[in-house]
Write a protein that binds this ligand. Structure first.
Ligand SMILES: [Cu+2]
Length: 177
């Protein structure tokens, strides 16, 4: 095979290596607890997100933002395919948005959010609740930007991809001489 023909092939290989997200699917969210948009009675003591594959506990982050701010307590835990986050004992009634970031089983970060309303808070307070609508992006602190710095596997993936692309370029240039 001539080098002129090999060049597009090498570039294609480099692209596939550089963008693993194109070649592999992240874990999808199967369900959340409470359901997205749900109106519940008593605020649950924990929220949970169940994925299609077991996520990695390391680096997992969950924020549960309500009328009184973030009400998470302790670190999130992973049991099987479910990521759980306990809530603080003084969380008030009202509308909550849950934002999460977790490492997918394929090593890529998966983030998302959902909302729900609770008529009775863990502190005994009450609020009128109704089904919620999606929250505009700017109402939430940017948890993903801060958390992504913890994703060492991603950095390694990107670094190795760059090395492979560089090697590909070197091979192409060398083959042209
Ligand atoms: Cu992925």
């Amino acid at each position: 095979m001539g080098m002129r023909r090999l060049l597009p092939l090498l570039l294609a290989v480099g692209l596939v290596v550089a963008f693993p997200a194109l070649a592999a699917a992240h874990d999808a969210v199967e369900k959340t607890s409470p359901d997205d948009g749900a109106a519940v009675g008593l605020l649950p003591a924990a929220v949970a997100i169940t994925f299609t594959e077991p996520p990695t506990a390391r680096g997992a982050q969950v924020r549960v933002i309500g009328p009184g701010g973030d009400v998470v307590t302790g670190a999130p835990t992973v049991e099987g395919r479910t990521l759980s986050q306990p809530l603080g004992g003084r969380a008030p009634a009202g509308r909550y948005t849950v934002a999460y970031l977790v490492t997918s089983s394929d090593g890529h970060p998966v983030s998302g959010r959902f909302t729900f309303s609770a008529a009775v808070g863990l502190d005994g307070s009450t609020a009128s609740v109704h089904a919620t609508v999606p929250v505009p992006q700017q109402e939430l602190p940017d948890v993903t930007a801060a958390a992504k710095s913890q994703f060492v596997p991603i950095i390694l993936t990107v670094a190795s991809a760059l090395v492979l692309v560089a090697l590909t370029v070197v091979l192409v240039l060398r083959s042209r001489r």
